[in-house]
Write a protein that binds this ligand. Structure first.
Ligand code: UGA
Length: 436
């Protein structure tokens, strides 16, 4: 495992790994120094390898052509240039990073034209990663499928695919290892994420309608998920999807469609992101209107900041937009997340917003004297809190806005809370609120 960043590699070699992921510590500790090594010596690693997995960042472009939509392949290209410069023997190059369709073609050109050694052959494979954060180790050890794309129309490509299939076959049943042509594999990755995000935006759209009609989105999800053609997963209404992948990949997919002149197809996928933005805005509007149309100088406890439970990752977390929206309305935010440190919140929110945010290391300190609680992440520990004790230390009326539908709402109402739960029948108290 090589990286140019010394600090990161030092962290991987230390007791405190640079990312939090359940089960990861155990795997790293069991293998480090045995068949897993972390180093910054990229040249030696590239020279020695028969097969190189390229897993560099491919963020959304911030400037230039395709700004805000296209994938930025700067890191990919620079990795390819290094591989070309240092390779003296044949290599299988595996695209692990999420990339636009036909990236392999561009990378091949870079590799072929920059390799000074004679006769070196590169076989490029696409092997998109489907694991999700928080469940990464389980997803890796027991994947639904592994997808390997290569130039299966020729012998070399078929042999390269077979070599990678053999690696996975050490722990994945062969019938779960799929092979495809390069472009299908690349496009499948973007499509999988777009379709998953689309399910969330679809159910989030219905959550808004549920609130108007007295339907309950959990009951709707349950009922439709029983249809085996739909299935039960990824139908939880939420304050919005986040993470480093969904928005980035949909924008990238839509941009590729635009580049091919398929504006209607692009607009279809853009609307999935649009619905996600709407859901976050709608949540803030609910908070403000419920609390008598003003949250100025009110302490609002925010439980959770990560984009999902069991990770400290905050990339594109809906909490960023919700916090910004509430700060625009003058709120003072008291934040607690079991895994997200204050420096990370500062990086995400900026110094100006931090004047209105206080981060706490104990949940009770965030909740004390608060007017309202907003649940942003579905951390299991939030369900186990003593909500009666919390009610006692809050201002009245005490509000709970459950952006993840994880709490026992009937119990909270018994205690005395005014509860807003996404996509659920609205409390009579909130029904009279304006503008929601
Ligand atoms: C996602 C995909 O699920 C992975 O298959 C893919 O490999 C990964 O992106 C990637 O491209 O690297 P990840 O972003 O880690 O994984 O997390 P998800 O579990 O997909 O959650 C994404 C967001 O959707 C979270 O904010 C989550 O809270 C939200 N979500 C998920 C909902 O709001 N409702 C649901 O029913 C499910």
């Amino acid at each position: 495992m090589v990286d140019l960043n010394q600090q990161r590699i030092d962290a991987w070699n230390s007791e405190n790994l640079p990312i939090y992921e359940p089960g990861l510590d155990e795997v790293v500790k069991a293998c480090r120094g045995r068949n897993l090594f972390f180093s910054t010596d990229c040249e030696a690693a590239i020279r020695a390898a028969q097969c190189i997995f390229v897993s560099v960042n491919t963020p959304t472009k911030k400037t230039g052509l395709g700004k805000g939509k296209a994938a930025d392949l700067t890191y990919w290209e620079s990795a390819a240039r290094n591989i070309a410069a240092w390779s003296t023997s044949d290599k299988i190059i595996v695209e692990k990073s999420t990339v636009p369709v036909r990236t392999a073609e561009a990378i091949e050109k870079v590799l072929l034209r920059n390799c000074p050694a004679q006769g070196v052959h590169f076989d490029i494979l696409s092997n998109p990663e489907f694991l999700a954060e928080g469940t990464a180790i389980d997803d890796l050890t027991a994947p639904d499928r592994v997808l390997i794309g290569g130039k299966i129309e020729n012998e070399r490509g078929t042999a390269a695919c077979a070599a990678l299939v053999d690696v996975y076959a050490n722990w994945v049943p062969r019938e779960r290892i799929l092979t495809a042509n390069l472009w299908s594999a690349e496009l499948s990755k973007l499509t999988a994420n777009a379709m998953l995000a689309q399910r969330i935006s679809s159910i989030n759209a219905i959550s808004a309608l549920c609130e108007c009609t007295g339907a309950d989105v959990s009951q709707v999800s349950f009922a439709i998920g029983k249809d085996s053609r739909i299935g039960p997963k990824f139908l939880n209404a939420s304050v919005g999807f986040g993470g480093s992948c969904f928005q980035k990949d949909i924008l990238n997919l839509a941009y590729i469609c635009e580049c091919h002149g398929l504006q209607e197809v692009a607009d279809y996928w853009y609307s999935v992101v649009g619905m996600n933005d709407y859901q976050k805005t709608r949540f803030v509007r609910r908070v403000v209107s419920a609390m008598f149309n003003t949250i100025r100088n009110k302490k609002i406890a925010m439980l959770g900041f990560a984009f999902k439970k069991d990770t400290g990752d905050t990339r594109e977390t809906p909490a960023i937009d919700v916090a910004s929206g509430m700060i625009d309305d003058g709120a003072k935010i008291a934040l607690f997340d079991p895994q997200v440190p204050e420096e990370q919140v500062r990086m995400d929110m900026g110094d100006e917003a931090m004047k209105s945010i206080t981060c706490y290391s104990k949940p009770m300190d965030a909740l004390n004297d608060a007017h309202a609680v907003t649940i942003m992440t579905e951390w299991d520990e939030f369900k186990t809190y003593d909500w009666k004790a919390i009610y006692e230390v809050m201002h009245k009326p005490a509000f709970v806005f459950d952006g993840r539908n994880i709490l026992d709402h009937a119990h909270l109402r018994e205690i005395g809370f005014i509860v807003y739960a996404l996509g659920k029948p609205i409390d009579p108290f909130l029904k009279s609120a304006e503008g929601a």
